[in-house]
Design a protein around this ligand. Structure first.
Ligand SMILES: Nc1ncnc2c1ncn2[C@@H]1O[C@H](COP(=O)(O)OP(=O)(O)O)[C@@H](O)[C@H]1O
Ligand SMILES: [Mg+2]
Length: 507
């Protein structure tokens, strides 16, 4: 059937005793792993477990500190990712690594442009790019500049780019974290197609039902160690979660005391964000957790950005009864309203700066000594943040970009809490975050409400909204189209509002 079946005793890829040390911290310990031709092998584990590091070693981006890798039984060492590509191993990185000022087609063909004589053949590249993106279920004009694309679209471009390289092993590092259900389905279909050709796939995802659906085998990493490896048919998502976290994760969502009738802290009337959201009116009460549901692109993020002064908006906002008009985000911060962006990497954190800088940037006033910043207090604040938010990092002097996704989110929460806000708006609080960290973040959000703060949660994950919110507003095409509370807070009613069709009609 496939080329590697010539000798089924020898796996397509095999790693033995792989270890990796950064400084003094060993983040991978003695990993043994095989990839067979024509299988999807899922790698799961909490944020920081070492999944991305392992994938980067297999794809030649990092050299292992110890251990051996073999392809078709033959020992290999890679001088870099291009070397690994020549052996047929390609990696779709977890981070978006595209050139923002180039077009979709230019990015897809960057470094391997198509030529017509001595000239770059833009037409053929555009056609190829459009076809590659369509094959992934996307519909993006190949002439679009990448900086104009949504995160999901960028992810599709990145996948298209990698799949154009001839490959025997494709590694996907959390490819679906920012994709819609429709885009995810399209990607899973593509993965089944490449598997059918005898390609070996390594697949990382926190969505355990998705892992159950697509993978033939699943390997679990915890704290840099391989703790289990199973045929997927033998194991349920709940078992996977337990192996990942090392304990039972029976209850993901915290218990909450029903919010009583309390004072209104925020009143929004007829707020419009031109081009994105129209005529939004709602109220937020003290101690309340208010959800915003809707499909990607429904205008939820832009509505929030308009409200806090990150985008121009029209309409009335009253904060504690007083009319406010936040011209920029500093004004809303000063009023005690913080907004945590869905785009942690682009807007929330400075990935090339260290943890202290990121933690204290928004609240530098707090750390001003007589003449200069008080380093001791900053360092104590970082220690406290690491403790309070359970930020898992081997060292304190690393860059924010070296933290895993869940720990980046916790650093961002810690940074915002230094401002002691009364209203916290969190956009996609757990995107790309594993189940153990999710549980902690939900508990943290519930605690904020218990303390009398008011929370708005924007999320595309309906179970999450239903699990933590008191009330959910649903947006569709830029408008608030309904509110669900109590028994009506179920996926069915939310889907009907979000799509405007009844479940039976929905495609
Ligand atoms: N370049 C680096 N320098 C120091 N530590 C790193 C570096 N890259 C990753 N780490 C650390 O290695 C551990 C594993 O990270 P990673 O492989 O990204 O985990 P995962 O992908 O499972 O979330 C984390 O503790 C992370 O902070
Ligand atoms: Mg990772």
């Amino acid at each position: 059937m496939s080329f590697a079946d010539a000798n089924p005793a020898v796996p397509l890829f095999e790693a033995t005793g792989l270890s990796k040390t950064f400084g003094v911290v060993e983040v991978l310990k003695d990993i043994n792993l095989t990839v067979r031709a024509g299988e999807v092998h899922a790698i799961i584990g909490e944020n920081g477990a070492g999944k991305s590091t392992l994938m980067k070693i297999i794809a030649g981006n990092l050299a292992p500190t110890r251990g051996e890798m073999r392809i078709d039984g033959e020992t290999v060492t890679f001088s870099g990712p291009v070397d690994a590509e020549h052996r047929g191993i390609v990696l779709v990185h977890q981070e978006i690594l595209l050139a923002p000022d180039l077009t979709v087609a230019q990015n897809i063909y960057l470094g391997r442009e198509l030529h017509k004589g001595v000239f770059i053949d833009d037409r053929r590249m555009n056609e190829g790019a459009a076809k590659a993106v369509r094959g992934l279920g996307g519909d993006i004009d190949p002439d679009t500049i990448v900086s104009r694309l949504s995160i999901a679209q960028r992810q599709l471009v990145q996948i298209a780019r990698v799949l154009l390289v001839p490959h025997r092993i494709v590694i996907f590092d959390e490819p679906t974290a920012s994709l819609t259900p429709h885009e995810t389905d399209a990607l899973l279909k593509v993965i089944r197609q490449i598997r059918a050709k005898g390609v070996g796939v390594l697949y990382i995802s926190h969505r355990l039902p998705e892992v159950k659906e697509i993978a033939d085998r699943v390997t679990v990493l915890r704290d840099g160690k391989l703790v289990a490896s199973h045929e997927t048919s033998e194991i349920q998502p709940a078992d996977m979660a337990r192996l990942m976290v090392g304990r039972d994760v029976a209850k993901l969502y915290p218990d909450r005391h029903a919010a009583q009738a309390r004072e209104t802290v925020l009143e929004v009337e007829h707020l419009s964000v031109p081009g994105y959201a129209q005529d939004a009116s709602f109220q937020l009460k003290k101690g309340e957790i208010l959800g915003f549901a809707g499909l990607v692109g429904a205008g939820r993020t832009e509505l929030m950005e308009g409200m806090v002064g990150l985008r121009p908006s029209r309409g009335a906002v009253r904060h504690l009864g007083k009319p406010v008009n936040f011209r920029d985000v500093h004004a809303s911060l000063k009023a005690g309203i913080v907004y945590l962006s869905e785009d942690r990497k682009g807007k929330g954190l400075l990935l090339t700066k260290d943890l202290i800088v990121n933690l204290t940037l928004a609240s530098l006033g707090k750390f001003a000594g007589a003449l200069q910043i008080d380093r001791k207090r900053e360092s104590a604040a970082l220690d406290k943040a690491i403790r309070d938010f359970d930020i898992r990092t081997g060292r304190k002097d690393i860059l924010a970009g070296q933290l895993s996704g869940g720990n980046q989110q916790k650093l961002l929460l810690a940074k915002m809490m230094l401002l002691d806000p009364s209203i916290v708006i969190i956009d996609e609080p757990t995107r790309g975050i594993d189940i153990g960290n999710k549980e902690q973040i939900y508990k943290f959000i519930a605690n904020l409400a218990e303390e009398g703060r008011s929370i708005i949660v924007v999320s595309s994950e309906m179970p999450e909204l239903i699990g933590i919110c008191d009330r959910i507003l649903v947006m569709r095409s830029g408008r608030i189209v309904g509110e669900v509370t109590g028994d009506h807070m179920n996926e069915n009613e939310i889907v009907v509002l979000a799509t405007g069709v009844t479940k039976g009609e929905a495609a």
